[in-house]
Design a protein around this ligand. Sequence first.
Ligand code: B12
Ligand code: SF4
Length: 473
Amino acid sequence: MVPRADARKNKFASRYSGDLLSGLCELVKDSDLIGCSLMSNQFPQAIQVTEYLRSHGMRIPIVWGGVQPTVEPDECIKHADAICLGEGEEALVDLLNRMKSGLPYYDTLNMWFNTPEGVVRNRLRPLITDLDRVPPPDFSCSGHFLAVNNRLVELTAQRFREFQGERFRGDGGSVPYMLMTSRGCPSSCTYCANAVYKALYPGERLLRWRGESKIVEELKAFQRTVAPISYVYVVDDNFTARPKQKLQAFCELYAKEIGIPFYAQVSPLTINEAKMEILFKSGCSHITMGVETANSRMAAMYNRTKEHARLRSALDLVEKYRHAMDLPPTYQFIIDNPYETLDEILETLRLAVSFPQPWHHPIYSLMLFPGTPLYQRALEHGIIKDKHAQIYTRDWRSQSLPFFQFWIELYHRNVPAFILKLLLTPRVAKFLCGHAATAIWRTKPFRRFSQNSLLAGAVAPNLADFLQTVFFS
Ligand code: B12
Ligand code: SF4
């Protein structure tokens, strides 16, 4: 169990309060093992929690797992007693069984240990081939705690329904549900954790699907024990990566047994007319597609040349189904790559304004997450100087050039396209990115305006708010 910080404050730089941490200390004091799950942007908080527990006399082993220990193990093992790389289900059970039986455990696969003789680094066990062997999430609520107003309170079905989480808020009667029906992605973009996972598991099949009946069972069990589901967010990296027959089998069963509108993420490489028909016949009501860049040199740098070649036809296909969606489709863009020229950025932004309004499309500032090929390149080129500021606590919506921050805010306010396009003409944009104009953008009123979306609320009672909070908050 990991307590949450208040998402309404600057969440990437936020720290847990003393009250919350002392409550945590009290809660875990009789445990045999303390586990902590973290992404890269939770690294500072994980250090804070671990150091707090230690400095308050906690001698229980603390093990970290998740994306961050997987992509940056050498950094993480400096702070935890042990870390888990890659998939954790089998590793954690193995470790606990050995500890329980009093057996030596420093050779547990996937785990690294800090020992009196130094760090023991064990190899990885193979990926789980049959995801149906993984038990469904534990929604019993029993023994689960939640941070509410700096206090840890026991989770109940009622609290679940009202959960004021970082991303979601139930309406008190039903809840939005995040579902994973697969693991992995066929692509290997150079800024994405999947590229690191592919390197960690050479020759293994990263992309795996759960059986459709298990997924339906999970949804039904949740509805039975916790709350009715208002909307299903399929958070798979690439929902349409499954072959057409598999997609059809899942969607048909889902429509018959569950029938709740759902959202899914797709890629230009994995959609076609037949798959779109299947999706929209089975209750899919919204899709997101990663466009990332309109520029072919950037696409090559991102290892997305194949996606780029299919981009135009994929966009036409998604646009064809716009009428079938509850909200217009969402396209994701990335700019602010340190290797990108102004003209290349402008090309991408011009594509972003080419779609019908309203524009819900997030335009991210490229994050150089540890371990990825693009991160390694930037590290070698001396671009990463301060990991704390540039990675762990950085907001992926904060563009390094204030003009783009300002432009994106105008874009999200659906300012008429001709104004946005005018600002993107090379001469105008060059001037607006120059020193003189930058000084103006940095003045208080402009800064406040540009940062508006950065400070937006962070709880999501419905689909529109969910998209707003997932992509912009
Ligand atoms: C669902 C999801 C979300 C959801 C929910 C996140 C959540 N906290 O549950 C939402 C939409 C909210 C989200 C938000 C973000 N996400 Co996200 N998200 C994912 C996604 C698609 C699946 C995560 C998941 O549940 N996986 C399934 C579980 C089973 O896998 P797992 O978490 O890795 O856990 C396994 C092991 O790591 C290990 N393990 C994990 N914890 C522990 C703990 C212990 C003690 C042990 C022993 C083992 C262990 O065992 C688990 C089972 O095998 C991943 C991509 C992916 N395919 O994993 C990205 C991913 C985790 N997200 C990412 C990012 C960047 C973000 C955001 C920063 C960006 C954004 N645009 O929103 C935000 C940050 C949110 C925050 N809290 O600050 C990156 C993280 C990169 C990094 N280096 O940290 C990922 C990897 C995407 C990517 N392709 O790069 N995300
Ligand atoms: S398509 Fe998306 S999930 Fe797949 S590797 Fe690229 S960025 Fe990652």
